[in-house]
Design a protein around this ligand. Structure first.
Ligand SMILES: [Zn+2]
Ligand SMILES: [Zn+2]
Length: 256
């Protein structure tokens, strides 16, 4: 499944697809990936204690400062002849950041741009961290890199059985979690989760908890992660879940 084919089948996603394409291409132009990988032995104790990589005092990752990184992205977006609505938002955020860099009014655009920078900067570190870490020693309901709760989940088949991975909507990391139970209220009962299957949506479904009513969009399959775990590509499922009275407890960079 390619992103273009998916958007062609879901034309209402076109505006967010255009924004994503602009943001990713701006990030590719301004960001240099961090090459220096942390000393994993120094970090091991924190990892076992549940401290995500970016929060640890033992990793010293050389990532960009928030407001400065976002200002760089705004400049790049403005140079690429944005549509009027985007140019207006960029200008407003730029002006706002100069006055109050710590609390911009347009938090949604700020977070979207900041995470585009950080995800691109951390790409190599995340790959190295994924091959280093023992997934059995994490199994937590927040991202081992940045500490954010999951945006989505994925079910995969491995030699050891069927596994559930959680997917971070901010830095893009995927990590293992228990196969059953709710990642929001952490109730471990097998029977707590119910599933809403959706026809013709590439294996996407909605798993929800009958105790806390939180739901997690889940991709039951492999091969189309870059499209189906992107979160924005299934915003229509969030609307569907909302119509059913379910709660969006997942962490998302996109409002619905
Ligand atoms: Zn993350
Ligand atoms: Zn729950």
């Amino acid at each position: 499944m390619t992103r273009d084919a998916w958007v062609a089948r879901h034309p209402y996603l076109q505006p967010v697809a255009d924004l994503r394409a602009r943001v990713e291409s701006a990030a590719a132009r301004v960001v240099t990936p961090v090459e220096r990988v942390p000393d994993w032995q120094d970090y091991l104790g924190d990892f076992h204690g549940g401290i995500p990589l970016l929060w640890s005092g033992h990793t010293e990752l050389d990532v960009s400062d928030g407001p400065a990184a976002v200002l760089g992205m705004l400049g790049e977006l403005m140079r690429a002849t944005p549509p009027v609505w985007l140019a207006d938002q960029c200008r407003a955020l730029q002006a706002d950041l100069e006055v109050r860099p710590d609390s911009p009014a347009n938090v949604a655009l700020f977070r979207c741009l900041l995470w585009a920078v950080l995800a691109a900067e951390l790409k190599l570190v995340i790959t190295a961290f994924t091959s280093w870490r023992d997934e059995e020693r994490w199994l937590r309901n927040y991202c081992p890199v940045c500490g954010t709760p999951p945006a989505m989940a994925q079910l995969v088949n491995r030699t050891e059985g069927r596994l559930r991975l959680l997917s971070c909507g901010c830095c893009g990391t995927r990590w293992r979690y228990r196969r059953t139970g709710c990642p929001f209220c952490e109730h471990a009962d097998d029977h707590t989760l119910a599933v809403v299957g959706i026809q013709g949506e590439g294996g996407l479904r909605i798993d929800y908890c009958q105790r806390c009513h939180g739901y997690l969009k889940t991709y039951d399959g492999e091969g189309s992660e870059s499209v189906l775990l992107a979160d924005w590509t299934s915003l229509h499922l969030d609307l569907l879940a909302r119509d059913r009275g379910l709660k969006r407890l997942a962490s998302s960079l996109y409002e619905v």
